[in-house]
Design a protein around this ligand. Structure first.
Ligand code: PFF
Length: 456
């Protein structure tokens, strides 16, 4: 029996099918869709990149996500305990869970800073501070925000406190209750902004930028970027989905839920691209790479369109909403490990995590000011944490999960868990997932990693 069941305590978890979907999708959808996906796609050859990203999502993302959720639901425990209980005694698989905790801290460090800018921009947009169609003006405003160490730190702390505040309310009353309300709102906002953008004159050029393939841009390192994005997008390779899986209802159809989350996440990414690029081209702006697209170009674009003030506020509210669901799942990884392994209260676990994050995260918050010139491996802490997690830690975690499920846990266990002990007639699905996990997915991840890092 799982540790919590043995203790006879009933464990907190998601209470409805919609709640499961909202929370899991809330984890997947985030700044990845709005901040990473559009510029990474645009900068790496549009449709060509999109095809590789789709393949990575289907052949790598989907099976790993199914595997993680299944493990978590079976063990009903945090990421470290899950691998510890399910592995044969004396084996070290729990280290994969530990690496997940490290990855969660690294990602949360830079992610909470981007979220900090987004939250700051909600207020700036409302006050009309960034309402200028001149990119020089919006650029100066963004520069002033990120290069001010105190503003960068205080907004980050504010974001951390908000996320911590939701988390201490628990899984059902905190995470589920919040994401159930926020996810529908996110879809409505995105549709409104997408339609607005498509109605602008010259929208076609933006769509062409996103969807015309430029195969010459594809290279081994670009394929690694696409795979890293697939991991980052689906929140896999770091125990998040193990943790959320442990809150899944026993009767939830895991493969089906996973496919739905993946499809909805893709849909949001596409909509974000469709909301952003037509508007950018319509007003004659250049699609920039990186944070400047979101924080410099977008405000200038909105300022150029009728009712732009309103749409700008909506856009940053939307981004803040997306970031919130993702951060809840990131922080839940260390919190659940502390509660599960060390028996501390949820309140205390959240407090400790927040304190540690404020410390580690400061290195990212200050990457554009005090620490701008500190560049281990030639990158600021902000870029380094991003690179390390997406391109190294998450894929490595993914390989380990595949190998563990297919080679250690085994086919029979997987079949029982995926079919809800025979209640679902999904033998073919199980067979396919098993085949992917056993050979194809780990081999693909290893190949892409080694080639992408230039080691092969
Ligand atoms: N999936 C989130 C996004 O695309 O924004 C980011 C993320 C959340 C990554 C949770 C990892 C994670 F555990």
């Amino acid at each position: 029996p799982a540790p919590n069941e043995a203790a006879g305590k009933s464990r907190d978890g998601f209470t409805s099918s919609f709640g499961v979907l909202a929370a899991t999708l809330g984890s997947a959808v985030g700044l990845g869709n709005i901040w990473k996906f559009p510029y990474v796609t645009g900068a790496n050859g549009g449709a060509g990149f999109l095809v590789v990203y789709l393949l990575a999502t289907l052949l790598v993302g989907l099976p790993v996500m199914i595997a993680e959720i299944t493990l978590g639901r079976k063990a009903r425990a945090d990421a470290v305990s899950t691998l510890r209980t399910l592995a044969p005694a004396g084996q070290w698989w729990w280290l994969v869970g530990l690496s997940g905790v490290v990855a969660a801290f690294l990602i949360m460090s830079f992610y909470s800073e981007v979220a900090a800018w987004v939250f700051a921009y909600v207020f700036k947009a409302m006050r009309g501070d960034i309402l200028s169609s001149d990119p020089a003006v919006t650029s100066a405003a963004f520069g002033a925000l990120i290069s001010d160490p105190w503003q960068a730190l205080l907004w980050q702390w504010g974001v951390l406190l908000l996320i911590g505040g939701i988390l201490v309310c628990g899984v059902a009353k905190g995470i589920e209750a919040v994401t159930k309300r926020l996810m529908p709102l996110l879809f409505v906002l995105l549709l409104v902004i997408g339609v607005r953008s498509l109605m602008l004159p010259g929208a076609a050029a933006g769509l062409a930028f996103l969807f015309t393939p430029d195969w010459s841009k594809l290279s081994a390192s670009v394929v690694l970027v696409a795979m890293g994005l697939a991991f980052f997008k689906l929140s896999i390779g770091m125990g998040t989905m193990i943790t959320y899986g442990s809150y899944f209802r026993a009767e939830q159809n895991v493969p089906l839920t996973t496919v739905r989350v993946m499809a909805a996440d893709l849909f949001v990414s596409m909509l974000a691209g469709i909301a952003i690029f037509p508007a950018v081209f319509s007003f004659g702006f250049q699609p920039a790479a990186g944070p400047s697209l979101l924080f410099i170009t977008i405000p200038a674009v909105f300022a150029s369109m009728p009712f732009g003030h309103l749409f700008m506020v909506l856009f940053f509210v939307l981004s803040a909403v997306a970031a919130t669901g993702a951060m809840l799942s990131l922080l839940e990884v260390p919190v659940s490990v502390m509660v599960g392994r060390f028996g501390v209260s949820r309140l205390r676990a959240t407090g400790i995590s927040l304190l540690l994050l404020a410390l580690v995260g400061a290195s990212c918050a200050l990457s554009n000011s005090v620490l701008a010139d500190v560049k281990p491996f030639g990158m600021t802490f902000f870029d380094l944490f991003d690179y390390l997690s997406s391109n190294i830690l998450l894929p490595l975690g993914g390989i380990c999960i595949c190998l563990f499920v297919a080679w250690v846990w085994g086919r029979q266990q997987l079949e029982e868990a995926l079919s809800n002990q025979g209640a679902l007639a999904n033998k073919q699905v199980v067979a396919m997932v098993y085949l992917l996990l056993k050979f194809i997915t780990p081999a693909l991840i290893a190949l892409v990693m080694l080639r992408g890092l230039g080691w092969l």
